[in-house]
Write a protein that binds this ligand. Sequence first.
Ligand code: ATP
Ligand code: MG
Length: 235
Amino acid sequence: MLEIQDLKVTHGPIEAVHGIALTVAEGACVTLLGPNGAGKTSTLSAITGTARSTGLIRLAGTDISRLPVEARAKRGIAISPEGRRIFSNLTVRENLVMGAAGRRDKSAIGSDIRGWFEQFPILGERRDQPAGTLSGGEQQMLAIARALMSRPRILLLDEPSLGLAPQITARIFDIIGDLKRQGITILLVEQNATAAIELSDYVYVLNNGLISSEGPAERYGDGSALMDQITGVHG
Ligand SMILES: Nc1ncnc2c1ncn2[C@@H]1O[C@H](COP(=O)(O)OP(=O)(O)OP(=O)(O)O)[C@@H](O)[C@H]1O
Ligand SMILES: [Mg+2]
């Protein structure tokens, strides 16, 4: 579904990603792990089109690397961004409607929203509340549902567990597992190696803008060795 080759990402004079390759097969959940500053968000920004990059980014067989942000979204790229970035002053329902902004089949938007309220009942209960009043975990659910309102070909998730209590983190990973079982193709960025590996098919480890390790998720066991690398506990 997504194929990246020789991707370099720059922020002005700074090159954050120095030429990486990455593939996400249709229906797979692939995780990109790495410590702070490794270039994970830069990689996702290159895919959505919000950061400058060179190299190949192919979505469902088409090179999208020169397309503007909106055109990529229309072709099926959606992201739940780092920090969630929900629209705090809009209601839960209005946030979901925003997620569907680029869609042509307006008639199905209402039923999609009802579908997400069934899957996330807490969002349904809070549909008319300003999204800023939701808890962190609820805001994360909303950010994911909002992204899925565009009916994307691939869902990019940037550190969905960031800042959440362990119990809420577990719930968010359950949700990601459910989405995968529904056939949604996922590229997950995380620092929580253990939880991410459990639901992933394939893992890439990014360090200083380069892939330092990659392989099928099983190869990384419970992820504890990676966890040490990422948190730097054992260097
Ligand atoms: N807008 C920007 N302008 C300048 N430098 C940036 C910008 N965004 C990121 N960088 C730099 O690029 C490098 C990679 O940052 P990036 O945000 O991609 O890392 P990350 O892996 O997502 O880290 P984190 O886990 O902290 O979110 C860092 O050195 C960072 O300082
Ligand atoms: Mg980041």
